[in-house]
Each structure stands twice: as C-alpha cells, then as structure tokens.
Design a protein around this ligand. Structure first.
Ligand code: HEM
Length: 510
C-alpha cells in the first residue's frame, strides 16, 4: 500500500515540479541580459521583471532610489523584456534631440479600438509624423489666442468656489478646485460642452483605469491582447464610445451649418490642413479624447501644487502678487476685467514659479522612447551600451528633478533657480522655457520632436488661473494643510496625491 501511494505521489509531483521548473526557466529566460552586458540594475522577479515594486510602492520614490543606487544608466525588465533607463544629460541630448530620428517612437500601445489606435501619443513612424504636423497647427500662438476666451469663461466657476470658501472660512481642496477648472477648459475647447454629471463620469473613466489594465499592457504579448477574444484596450471602451458619439454629432452639426462654427480646438482640428491633407473624423475624435486624457490631470496637478507651494511660502506669494499687479496696472486692466492673452507672458517671476513647481512636482514621472533601429550609446566611462531595435528607453524625469547633483537642496521650493544667469553665463531663464537637458535636465514637457504638443496651452491655462486667483485672493497654510504631501502609487508613471487643503482669504471686495 505504502509503495503504491509513494509511486502515485511521485507520478503526480514529478510532472508538477517539472512544470514549475520549466515555467520558471521560461519566465526568467532573459533575466541575465543586463548582467551579461555589465549594466547594473534592480533584480528582476519571474513574471513581473523589475516592475512589481513600482506598481505597489511609490513609483517616484523607487525612481529616485534607483538613480542613486545604480547611477545614470541602468537596466530594467518589463516581465521578460529588457529595457534601459537613461538619466545622463549628455546621453539624453543624444537620444531626445540629436538622434531623435532613431528615437521618435514610444512603446507600442496595444489596441484594436479605432479611437485609441489613432492617438497622437501612440502613433508611430510616418502616421505619427503626418498627424503631428497637422495637430501642431492647432497649438500655434495665433490659434491659442482664438481659444483664450474659453479660459476666461471657465474661471467663473473657479472664482465662485474661492468666494464660497473665503466667505465660510473653510479650507478649499485644490485638487477638486483645479480638477473642475481644467475639466471645464478641455470640455469647452474639445467638445463644446460644459461638463455635466454623465460627462464627468465618462471622462473620469479615462483616467482612473485599474492597475491590472496597465499591468497587462506592459507584460502580455501584443498578439494575445489584440486577439479577437481579448480585444484589450488600456482605456475603457464605454468611455471612448461616449466621446465618439458627442464628437460625431458636433462635427456633423458644424459641417451642416456654417453658423455652428466655433473658436475651439475641435474647429481647429477640423480645419487643420497640410498640402490638401486633413484629419479624418476618427483622427479628430482621437486627438480630442487624447487632449482630454493627457491634458486634464497634468494641468490640474500643476495648478494644485503651484498654489500649495505659494501657500507654504507667503513671502514668495506676496512677491509674485506684487509683480502681477504691477503688470496688470501698467496694461491698464481694471480689477475684475478679463486678462488679455498678451499679458499672460509678461511676468518672468510667474514663469519661474511655474517652472519650479514643475521641477518639484512634475506630473509625468517618467517618459519613454523606443529605438526604431539598433543604436549604440557611449556612457561617461566610454563604455558602449547597445540599444536594440524596439527596446524601450525610460527617462526618469522625477528622479533627475530631485537629484542634488543638478539641483542643490532639491526639496526646497526656490523659483530663483529659474531666474538670472549662472556664474558661467548659462542662462537659467532658458530652463523656464520648460525644456532643457544639458547641462541641467529640466523636462516637465519632454524635449525634441516628440515633446508635449500642449505645452503652450497648459502654460496659458495655468497663467490665466494663477493671475486671476493671486490678484484677488490670499492662500494660506492651515491646520488642514499636509506638509509634506503624501503621494500614493498610481500604477502608472503619473503623480498621485490625496486632498490638498489650503485656506483662502479675499483681498478686496468688488
Ligand atoms: C502641465 C501640463 C502638462 C504636462 C506636465 C505635460 C507633459 C507631457 C509630457 C512629459 C509628454 C511626453 C513628452 C515626451 O515624450 O518628450 C507629453 C506629451 C503629450 N502631451 Fe502633454 N502635458 C501637459 C499638458 C498637455 C495638454 C493641456 C495637452 C493638450 C491639450 C497635452 C497634449 C499632449 C500630447 C498630444 C502629447 C503626445 C505628443 C506626441 O506624442 O507627439 N499635454 N505631455
């Protein structure tokens, strides 16, 4: 009896153990890639590669720790796929600017959905170049001037919320305040709509997708996710279909009746032409949804952290307010009058405050490029590192912005970093144009041909809100203000934070 049981047990366990060993070997088959090439990096785990910690532990903290521990260039694994993280300013210039022709793609986004597969951010090669060329026209200064009035209208709700908080003496949650503002700005500019409950619900579904979606996107093979059975999309299909219906109706209305034409992004996208070529209806819809999903949360975060920093630094807030009031007085703009487009760019100090906020709390923690062909990088020691075709190169922006190698006392909010000149004559103000790699990396919007196409719009939207707020209100630290802020893991390279509370006082009565 004992012998039979023993044999049966062996019969069961041997294949099982064999299966586990084979699976382990399969899932770790590439995990020696970087060690064989002498490139340091975190230790990979089967199935997860080096990603597990970043999904469950704060992404930005782990990026900072890794840059300190492994240096400017280190290897990672997404599941079994090797990837490279590059934080060396000279190599970044090489990748993002000088050899951008080799690195203009990002990772392939797996989807069969017609909206998502046309996103400018995920298009590759010639289709990306074509759509980028057309969409770029939408963000030229003249075009932005024509949509500027939408910002002014969107500020009304912002002012009402601040008035309410000031009158009741209650703290205001900056995340809610600016979330509502930036959602209204983008809804008005892309969908000619003031957001109602249904709109907000569908829009929110585009940014709050569960982590397993992103996890599948990073680790599973493309053929599997694209298959008829799975038809995987990182963004939820219902939300995208909702926006598709709105846009199709708006485009049809505007084409049918010329008087339905409006000054907004949708119109600019409909009219963008290059050598007779224009965007198709699906392409217009894709870019509108994309502007929504990439423009809403990032811009709202920028405003939130900017006001938070000013509330914690009353002297800097006073200095900025003084400068803004001087500019508004010189331009003859009375107390509650609209703020014209041309005035928005006149304060160097305002630009410096925004730049320093973007350094300290840059919303996009890491950027990516993918090699269209093999390319050899030479690190500082002269060592050659081969970036194979289709390998993803990550740029650890948060870690670079928080490194004392580039920014002394990096946790201090100090807009002076972006004013005047360095001892060697290098213009710091150049950084406040929101893109620099060498000698000091400052990359809140990326750099090179694949940078953020909405930079000017985001800055315009931010400056408009800040000018209106600082002209009339004082923001203060209260017992409810958390110092320092606590960030939580979002499962994606975007900063995530709970409520950000500050107090508000109205400076004058109109
Ligand atoms: C503070 C606000 C914003 C920040 C910090 C931000 C940051 C970024 C970053 C870091 C990238 C990647 C750049 C690269 O890979 O080099 C990006 C790409 C992009 N951003 Fe923004 N963004 C902001 C607002 C906006 C807005 C308001 C829009 C549109 C209305 C927008 C549209 C885009 C698009 C379409 C891309 C992809 C461009 C391409 O692949 O060709 N962004 N953004």
């Amino acid at each position: 009896m004992f012998i039979i049981l023993h044999l049966t047990g062996r019969l069961v366990w041997c294949p099982f153990a064999g299966f586990i060993i084979c699976l382990y070997c399969f899932l770790t088959r590439t995990h020696g890639y970087w060690a064989e090439r002498g490139v340091p990096g975190p230790r990979p785990l089967p199935l997860f590669g080096t990603y597990l910690g970043q999904f469950f532990y704060s992404f930005h903290v782990s990026e900072e720790e890794r840059l300190k521990k492994f240096g400017h260039v280190y290897g990672i694994y997404e599941g079994t796929k090797p990837g490279l993280i590059v934080g060396d300013p000279v190599l970044l210039k090489d990748i993002m600017v000088q050899h951008s022709a080799t690195f203009y793609n990002r990772r392939s986004v797996k989807t069969t959905h017609p909206v998502m597969s046309n996103f400018l951010s995920s298009l590759e090669d010639k289709p990306w170049k074509r759509v980028r060329g057309l969409v770029r026209k939408t963000f030229k200064p003249r075009e932005l001037k024509s949509v500027h009035h939408l910002l002014q209208d969107s500020c009304l709700a912002l002012i009402a919320s601040l008035d309410h908080a000031a009158a009741t003496g209650s703290d205001i949650d900056l995340k809610n305040l600016f979330g509502a503002y930036t959602m209204e700005v983008i809804s008005r500019s892309c969908f000619a709509t003031v957001p109602d409950e249904e709109f907000v619900r569908n829009a929110s579904s585009l940014f709050t997708f569960p982590f397993w979606r992103k996890f599948c996107d990073y680790t599973m093979p493309k053929w599997f996710l694209d298959s008829w059975l799975v038809q995987f999309t990182v963004l939820p299909k219902a939300g995208m279909d909702f926006f598709r219906n709105i846009t199709t109706r708006l485009i049809a209305d505007r084409l049918a009746e010329p008087q339905n034409r409006r000054n907004d992004f949708l119109q600019l996208l409909m009219e963008a032409k290059h050598e007779g070529d224009g965007l198709s209806e699906d392409e217009i819809l894709s870019q509108s949804v994309l502007f929504y999903s990439v423009g809403y949360e990032t811009s709202s975060q920028l405003l939130t952290y900017c006001i938070y920093c000013l509330a914690l630094n009353p002297d800097l807030q006073d200095r900025l307010r003084k400068d803004l009031i001087r500019i508004l007085t010189e331009a003859n703009i009375s107390c509650d009058a609209d703020i014209p487009y041309d005035v928005l760019d006149q304060s160097d100090y305002l630009s410096a405050v925004i730049a320093e906020t973007l350094r300290l709390y840059n919303p996009v923690l890491r950027m990516e490029r993918k090699a269209v062909e093999s390319y050899i990088l030479h690190d500082q020691t002269g060592k050659e590192i081969l970036v194979e075709k289709d390998m993803v190169v990550g740029i650890p922006v948060w870690a670079l912005h928080h490194s004392d190698e580039f920014y002394p006392d990096p946790e201090r909010f100090d807009p002076e970093r972006f004013l005047g000149e360095d001892e060697d004559g290098w213009k710091k103000r150049a950084r406040s144009k929101f893109a620099n790699v060498d000698p000091v990396p400052f990359l809140p919007f990326g750099i090179g041909p694949r940078n953020c196409i909405g930079t000017r719009f985001a800055i315009m939207e931010t400056k408009m809100a800040l000018m209106i707020i600082l002209r009339d209100y004082r923001l203060m630290k209260t017992a409810g203000t958390k110092v320092p802020l606590k960030f939580f893991p979002t499962g994606r390279p975007l900063l995530g934070c709970d409520k950000v509370l500050v107090g508000v006082r109205k400076l004058k009565t109109n």
